[in-house]
Design a protein around this ligand. Sequence first.
Ligand code: ADP
Ligand code: ZN
Length: 615
Amino acid sequence: MTPPTPDLLLTKLKEHFGFSEFRPLQREIMEETLAGRDALALLPTGGGKSLCYQLPALVRPGLTIVVSPLIALMKDQVDGLLENGVSAAYLNSSLSEKDSKETWRQLYRGAIKILYLSPERLLLEGMFQTLASLQLEFVAVDEAHCISSWGHDFRPEYRALKSLREYLPNVPILALTASATERVRTDILEMLSMPDARTFLASFNRPNLSYRIIPRLAAIKQICEVLADHPGESGIIYCLSRARTESVAEDLLKKGIKAAAYHAGLSAEQRNRRQEQFVQDEIQVMVATIAFGMGVDKPDVRFVIHHDLPKNIESYYQETGRAGRDGLPSECVLLYSSGDAAKLRNFIDQASDQTEREISGRQLTRLLQFAEGSECRRVSLLRYFSEEYRNNAGEITLSCGACDNCLTPRDEVDATEVTHKILSCVLRINKQSGFSVGLAHVVDVLTGAQSEKIKRWGHDSLSTYGVGKGRAKSEWLYYGRELVSSGLLRINHERFNVIEVTNEGLTRLKNKNPVLLRAPLVSSGLSSEKRTEQRKRLGAIEYDTALFEKLRFWRSGVAKNKGLPAYMIFSDATLQAVAASKPSSLRALEGISGIGEKKLALYGEALLEVVKVPS
Ligand code: ADP
Ligand code: ZN
């Protein structure tokens, strides 16, 4: 196979999807596949993975297979493709025998370009042989991390994909995932037997997402404040427990918000129903446990709120990542409670397995440093994935200008006394007992707690016992962690995460130089100027909001008639572009991102009508 000229890809991109440029690495990935080589594509959520196999499929004469574990999503994907004038179909257990037969007939006729298959189907007797008899172009393996038992979503049935190479030795494979850990990556390459595959790793920065962390004081009130900035827009609220999802959903319902709970305690039927209602915009806010997630492909989720602390930074990134797939500005808010943190720490300390205790303990510390820290959230998140944040100009910088810490930097406070108390307490404990302890215990000593350990080890006789009664425990914990971040203390991960004074800390204690630290997290709403600044940073465009609302209303009518989710008719991004440029001819409409040939023919005239009518 010789790769087609790049222009063909671009032409097809505009023709079928209405887009006029590629997202980062999309073109490179497509060209690799079209050149007949295996590839592994690591793109963040919203990076546009689907297009990486859909477009190459369109420029080839034969059939492209897409393996996906998400049966519920296959229909959506296929519906979306049909809307764009691409012949696609799926085969999975949800299909009736009659429909299944019909699909096969079309396949044999060569009438289908893209076929979605569940891994179970692939395993069926004779399936590989049948596929080999069709004119196969390449196989895309979506959500490829499911093949790895190291991933967060291991699916045993994905192991069937090991036979792909054996049965279809000459068919190139394109594996795609949003999960970027090294371990998972090597696993995918090995399991799919594609050692020579080129890996395409995109930046994991989500430039259109803003991050904000506020102390949880009155959760429902705070949630409503966030909601007020998103009238009628979709969002997800993550909670730790099923009971909490129910109670929050109920509270929101009472306030007239179309909310519903979603958790593993509901029947499969109820869950499917609610998910569908969410996708169809009949439910505005889904209040969910993490059971709600991977199957959610809704591109116009405008906010994700964490009512409780997520499990670790990786989960936080995945969960917040469900916002703003369509590239429009979207918001991630975490309601932080130091009480949650303490509970989690306790919970971890009780784990019987020592390795697990250590790993979870370390993850929690990283998470708390992130949540309480005063550094740019984006910089901090990306660093966790070993990536340096680069601004639009490609320069490495330490400030994104759009997160809470960048927009409203916290004041520095003189923490000299606090620092001295903490450091000397750590040293005294070690001197008296001959061993070091965790931060929580140090804080117990400072605040004069009467814990069992304090009595057993006689730490109530230390001169630092109770010297910190004037401050809340959570505040001491906060400063303790800040001192770790600033290098005066360190956590010894090899020794049960105990806390130790570093050489720098010792010097500071001796020379008595003042220590400045950031003040603890305060509840800060963003002023309207800050919010405008933020939206600009996230790439918001200026448009006629009244017209946008009218377009949305029109779209929801069309979607209802067709029984399709609204975003499948046109994305919010496309409607905003229409509301910005107010086109008056089909020609002008054609230039707008997201309007391809089929959509222009289907809806062009109607769109122009909506634009024409004065508000
Ligand atoms: P992922 O699977 O990586 O999370 P999707 O394939 O669902 O991402 O794409 C996310 C959104 O981005 C979709 O709404 C899609 O239409 C849009 N998109 C993809 N590629 C482009 C592009 N080149 N230009 C504009 N929008 C795009
Ligand atoms: Zn920032």
